[in-house]
Design a protein around this ligand. Sequence first.
Ligand code: GLU
Length: 314
Amino acid sequence: MSFRGRFAPSPTGRLHLGNARSALLGWLQARAAGGQFLLRVEDLDRARCRPQFVDELMRDLEWLGLTWDEQPLFQSTRDEVYREALARLEREGLVYPCFCTRAEIARAASAPHGLSEEGPRYPGTCSRLSAAELSERSRTRAPAYRFRARPGEVRFVDGLQGPYTQDVEALVGDFVVRRNDGVASYQLAVVVDDAATGITHVLRGDDLLSSTPRQLQLYAALGLKAPEFFHVPLVLGEDGKRLAKREGAFALAELRERGLPAERVLGVLAAWSGLGEGGPVSLGELVRRFRPEALPRAPVVAHEQTLVTALELR
Ligand code: GLU
């Protein structure tokens, strides 16, 4: 199968230079392989997503020259497809309705397990409801749906991070595939969409490395072929925390609107990726320089002062 990569931003804020670096690396990886690169807008979270950010991120990508093939896919239009996937899991007895609130889960979780970023392991409360309890609880609350995590370790080899192992059942427990407001969860949507669009290579920030085992379980349960994964270490701010979308100084739209040449921004992104020294560079030159084995494996720190100098912001 020929190479198909993608960039899948959530339009919850302006793209920053860290997001741009992931987009650039995914794009370079696809183009260097003579493959295709798709754009998917992950706009499931209606409360946090804004059309304005969709427009901006498309203009940002175009400005940098990071073109995409085919029509962008909007997750907000794909509810039907996610429902079909859920129905399939349901037919196989792999999901169940869950009425727990966050507070109930926090109270019920006795074991100090769980992925730090996602709270405690789900203790399985609703997996054992009797028919009577189920109908009782349905009266007052719409359920979320949880996937019954498969026992045992999930192993895969990440293209950048090497072997990775996680016992989803022990660490995360049964996880949400449909939220109680009826919206598909990120984990389900990302799997259904990557499979539906024939994505062969997923390059994304390594904040999602620990989600991958859950996604692999969903690929297996849905009878879908999983892509290869490349988790790039994030770009960190000077405080050692990852860049947030609200950090104005690093917002692409801001730099674009100031009339900066895209080559200067590409120069910074290249320097963060072992592809240059920081000086202005064209996208064409980066395609020539790109080597998949040189993809970054360690986090980089964005120093504001270096950035101001490299981008000639003053
Ligand atoms: N939408 C996710 C984000 O913006 C990325 C999802 C993915 O690449 O799998 O962080």
